[in-house]
Design a protein around this ligand. Structure first.
Ligand code: ME8
Length: 594
């Protein structure tokens, strides 16, 4: 059985690259010859859809920092694509069936649906508090989802890919996962009793033996290998791609896809067999299709699906899910973006260790934008990161409050900018050839900012958001250096030559800030909005297509020149006290005069 068309490259690709030619000082050829916006917007109509998902989260416990991290990553990609003019769908939600949830509801003394509804609301509340702009929030207990799962099951069944068999082996309820003997090890529980655990997750496993339905996973081994080898970008970053390839070179036994109803009542019954409940992972994975409109209306979204997941659920997404999809004759996800984990004190967060970080509490302490910025700036997909409140406060103070906020404050302070406008650029003060007051480092700064959108785009595309933010942060430092180098507050506005130079310095700095504010919208939407509003940039002037930096230097008109600044002169981002960060709310700081 082969599916060659599934892997064929689509003929019509989006052409949406920022021009990356050199911006050489002092006379950059790019600036000499380009006459319109720096962004090419020739998109193929067919490629304007974008569909991004997070995992759907288990409702056995309240959300923690890791859940927010996945949601913020996906939200960032969704907002970025909207800025580029894509029609983007962004789904998140909750995974509500299975033994783990059944047991958690029992322990809470609640009926399962009431229990699930309560915890699902907590996730929704967290996400809205942190500006997670999902377009669909799915719960697996919804009727639309049940219909999609039943249909999906029937397709696999009708193709002979599911058969009645029996499973005997290890099962981890915490991971809702079947394990091979080689994946199981010995450990002691909290009472010192010997138990068996999953070597990967550390969770307790139990031996189970029952009649159930099996999926012919083994039949897909070579197709999965072909898919991964033919699509080196399918699982990112590379180290996770390699991990999946390694697994696929090992044994790939058939997979149990149901549990006896007597053990698991909380789930979708197998169509035509009320004695069996569909395995929670098959149920959960289909959520991505449900949101896309499966079984009738999923085509527009399904061929552009991308999943953001944590490394813990890689096998389910990069082996089981593609195998199910191949079996059902559906296209495979375009990309599976994998990220590593947040640890606390170098350890996995867990209730028993008492080191679980509450993301809602932290977003109130550091603001929603503050948490978003920290997670995306500090989180590295390739490797685990350790969380401390102190790190958050230090980073936000340095980069959002001092560096970015300080730059805005300097350039808009009445002492330096008494007319409260986006002042004029003077080509004689800052000529394309040397001769004005600009020095070599200034040309380098312009060069770096000109290239920044292309750099950010490259990193956003591969979900290396921290690299994009590193680049933005470096440019903000360069712009601060530019202002500091020329100390415009020491110049005399009564001298007309000085005045033109002061205005040029401010014009350039505000242009830099406009680029930073536009690029940061997917990361810190509220702060970016505040910044762009202060600059007088209208909502329709904030898209990727508007990233034309310093039009006046290119001899073109600048739509912002002479425009009044926005009236909100408040602090862009309030400083936090690093050592007491866990005790206090953000503190307002006084604005400086320059
Ligand atoms: O696995 N650091 O749900 P789940 C970063 N319902 N991210 C973390 C994390 C950490 N320490 N801990 C969890 C499930 N995550 C299934 C998914 S999808 C069809 C079904 C994030 O509540 C990360 O995205 O255990 C991880 O994959 C996910 O939460 C697991 O959430």
């Amino acid at each position: 059985m082969r599916f060659p068309l599934l892997f064929a490259t689509r003929g019509c690709r989006a052409v949406y690259r920022l021009h990356q030619k050199q911006f050489l000082s002092p006379v950059p050829p790019l600036w000499k010859h380009r006459s319109s916006a720096a962004v090419s917007t020739q998109l193929c109509k067919d490629d304007r859809s974008y569909y991004i998902t997070t995992p759907i989260f288990y409702v056995n416990a309240s959300p923690h920092l890791g859940h927010l991290y996945s949601a913020v990553l996906a939200d960032c990609l969704h907002r970025y694509k909207l800025l580029q003019g894509f029609n983007s769908k962004f789904a998140t939600g909750t995974d509500e069936h299975g033994l783990k949830i059944q047991q958690a509801a029992e322990a809470a003394g609640k009926d399962p649906l009431t229990f699930c509804t309560g915890v699902s609301k907590q996730f929704r509340h967290l996400f809205s508090s942190c500006n997670i702009s999902y377009t669909d929030y799915i719960r697996t207990t919804e009727q639309r989802h049940r219909e999609a799962v039943e249909h999906f099951w029937s397709v696999l069944w009708n193709k002979g890919l599911i058969y009645k068999g029996s499973y005997e082996g290890w099962y981890s309820t915490q991971d809702e996962s079947f394990l091979m003997p080689s994946q199981v090890g010995d450990a002691l529980d909290s009472l010192g009793k010997e138990i068996k655990v999953s070597l990967e997750s550390g969770h307790k496993v139990e031996w189970m033996k029952e009649e159930n339905y099996m999926f012919r996973l083994s039949a897909f081994q070579s197709q999965l290998l072909d898919w991964l080898k033919g699509n080196p970008q399918a699982v990112q970053p590379e180290r996770f791609h390699q991990a999946v390839l390694k697994w696929l070179h090992e044994d790939l036994p058939d997979l149990s896809v149901s549990r006896q109803r007597s053990r698991l009542q909380w789930g979708i019954p197998v169509p035509g067999d009320d004695e069996q409940t569909i395995y929670v992972w098959l149920d959960a994975l289909v959520n991505y299709l449900t949101v896309a409109g499966y079984p009738d209306k999923h085509n527009q979204w399904w061929h552009v699906a991308r999943h953001v997941i944590g490394k813990d659920i890689l096998k389910f997404h990069a082996i089981y899910w593609p195998a199910f999809l191949l079996g059902a004759g559906l296209p495979l996800p375009k990309v599976i973006h994998v990220h590593s984990h947040w640890t606390v004190g170098g350890k996995k967060m867990s209730k028993s260790l008492g080191n679980v970080v509450d993301p809602l509490e932290r977003s109130q302490m550091f603001t929603a934008d503050g948490m978003r910025y920290f997670l995306l700036r500090q989180g590295v997909p390739d490797s685990d990161c350790d969380y401390t409140d102190d790190k958050v406060a230090k980073l936000l103070n340095a980069e959002l409050a001092d560096s970015l906020g300080g730059l805005l404050n300097r350039c808009t302070a009445p002492a330096l900018n008494p007319a409260q406008v986006y002042p004029s650029f003077c080509p004689q003060s800052f000529p394309r050839a040397h001769g004005g007051r600009a020095v070599r480092e200034d040309y380098h700064m312009l060069d770096a900012v000109k290239k920044l959108p292309a750099v950010v785009e490259k990193h956003y595309e591969t979900m290396h958001i921290y690299k994009a933010l590193e680049a933005v942060s470096a440019c903000v430092r360069l712009t601060n250096g530019f202002v500091q180098r020329h100390t415009p507050w020491k110049l005399d506005r009564k001298n007309s030559e000085d005045e033109r130079w002061i205005d040029t310095i401010i014009h350039i700095s505000l242009e830099c800030l406009r680029i930073y504010g536009t690029l940061l919208q997917p990361i810190v939407p509220e702060t970016s909005n505040k910044l762009l509003s202060r600059l007088g940039v209208q909502p329709h002037e904030r898209s990727w297509a508007a990233l034309n930096f310093l039009a006046r230097y290119q001899g073109m008109d600048c739509p912002f020149e002479g425009r009044a600044l926005g009236s909100d002169s408040g602090v862009l981002f309030s400083r936090l006290e690093p050592h007491n960060a866990d005790k206090q709310k953000p503190k307002k700081t006084k604005k400086s005069a320059n």
